[in-house]
Design a protein around this ligand. Structure first.
Ligand code: SF4
Ligand code: SF4
Length: 163
């Protein structure tokens, strides 16, 4: 897996223009069954992907935290919301709460998430490849294929399936 992760930025860069064209076309005329196709591609990929051998998302990017996420996780630690924010978060250029640093503080050396049951919504949904109306998040996906080997494979499979 380490090799795959190390090679991913270069692979994604090589595919970037092709992917950009593909998503531009997809946005203009998404197939009627796109939600169904994406769910199937997502499920197939994650049947063979072991995120515990990877954790590259947690190591390199980290999620944004919604107000609900902050309240839920602070409560989990029995901390006041403001205390949790001060200790772990910062506000980024888009005015969102994000981690102060990556790899994520809550990631263990064994790649387990220590707050798995209460983790942010963005972590639960990453890499968003089963998101409805997937064509609407193409810019995000173009970035995620350089981080997430599963997202990379899903986009490659999409290009084969949707002509
Ligand atoms: S979601 Fe993607 S980047 Fe994150 S651990 Fe799983 S395969 Fe790796
Ligand atoms: S909260 Fe958990 S799932 Fe989310 S980035 Fe941190 S370690 Fe990963």
């Amino acid at each position: 897996m380490e090799n795959v992760i190390n090679n991913l930025p270069k692979l994604a860069k090589d595919k970037h223009n092709e992917n950009k064209k593909f998503f531009a076309k997809l946005k203009k005329k998404p197939p009627k069954n796109l939600d169904y196709v994406m769910q199937e591609l997502h499920d197939n990929e994650f049947e063979k992907t072991d995120c515990l051998k990877c954790a590259n998302c947690c190591k390199t990017t980290g999620p944004l935290f919604t107000d609900k996420d902050v309240d839920r996780i602070a409560k989990h630690f029995r901390m006041k919301t403001q205390q949790f924010i001060t200790q772990y978060l910062r506000v980024d250029e888009d005015d969102d709460y994000v981690l102060q640093s990556v790899p994520c503080t809550f990631l263990g050396a064994d790649n387990y998430c220590s707050i798995y049951d209460v983790r942010p919504k963005a972590c639960r949904e990453f890499p968003h490849t089963n998101r409805k109306k997937f064509q609407q998040i193409s810019n995000l996906t173009l970035k995620n294929v350089a981080i997430c080997p599963a997202a990379f494979n899903i986009v490659e499979a999409m290009k084969q399936q949707i002509k």
